[in-house]
Ligand binder design. Sequence first.
Ligand code: PHE
Length: 453
Amino acid sequence: MSNTIKRGGFSSSFGVLAATLGSAVGLGNIWKFPYLTGANGGAGFLLIYLLATLVIGLPVMIAEITMGRTAKANPITALQKLSPKKSLPWWLVGVAGMVAAFLILSFYSEVVAWVFAYVVKAIGGSILSSDRHVTESAFSTLISDPVQSLLWQWGVLAFIGGILLMGVTKGIEGITKKLMPVLFLLLMLLCAVSLSLDKAADGLAFLFRPDFSKISAGVILTAMGLAFFKLSLGMGTMMTYGSYFRDDQNIPATTLRVMLADLFVSMLAGIAIFPAVFTFGFEPAAGPALVFITIPAVFSQIPGGQLLMIAFFVLASVAATGAMLSLMEVPVVILHERLGMSRPKATLVTIATLMVLGSSCALTNSTLASFKLFGMNMFDLFDFASSNVLLPLGGILLAVFVGWVWGKDKFQQALSNQGALRNHVTVSAVFFLLRYVSPLLILAVMLKGLGLF
Ligand code: PHE
């Protein structure tokens, strides 16, 4: 069935890079990375996150994209196609990926909702202040209002659905290509401002001078989960994007670039935020609120700050949109290619599901504040279950699949573009990591971090 459906694709090499980067760069850099780094003690966490990105993230990303490009299909069909023994249900990894996509989208769409709402707040001007009480109360007023939270989230979902209805190439490629560079520039400006603040040195020390006393098994699991989340791994997004890659694209080179650029954006966000945290007396461990309360304070320090703050939240919305599009692409392409729904119908079904499931996250600071499962509210639970359980589990299974099932010959063929690229050493190193290192390392961190071992 899937063979008869015409598939979209990325039309140029730059388009591939921009779209893949568009998936990786998102609120993970601007919102999650700073708040997790702040909550987990700073530089020690950062170091573990960097290691996890290099040793686990990079090889798993290469594996996923290679599998996707070879199979040219959605994750479920891809695993079926590539699996030599049809009796083993490897396709279930694709199903788990779709579940993870729904969980992530449920809370991610709410954070995007806050960012969209902040565009409007920035225009209103009232949040532009270096007084922590002002910025903190603006944020808590927003998130504790059930009607606003829900309406903004539904607005975000409708907006993303609209872009997806335009189709893969025009929608995703067109938008990310144009706006990513502007985001880089604005973040750099923010860094310059933040570095000129009084206590910039304290912020930098927090970010770069490791203190390992805060590191526990749970913190290591969180850092690894962030590495998966950041690079959109372990749930089929990169496999799906890989399926739109061109056959002559150099996968290891593209992947490395995406990883480095993604790290760069996170570092910029960290450098923009922590000096301000220390200068204005915010709490580094403020949690999900951190960016929303700190960024307005930085902008309050420069002439034209209000306009720039509007631009910042608009661009953060763009970055978030690229990431959300890639998340939604997983259920949409699965419903389309597996269940034979038209793309518009698949998109509508996905959006409708998210309006229901996501509302449990939107209302987490108001109506559903006391509703908890496993001791967590729905926002935290969906975040934890995806980043710390489903994505690493997906990572283990994909690494095992490539390392032990698909095998070195096929991996080598695919990754060298059927011999056109001379990258034997790279392929062997990546294969070694996938076969022996990644699965065991991820498993150990997961078992220990979840307290199962
Ligand atoms: N990588 C995205 C971010 O950092 C989030 C994401 C996760 C996107 C998983 C797709 C899949 O914001």
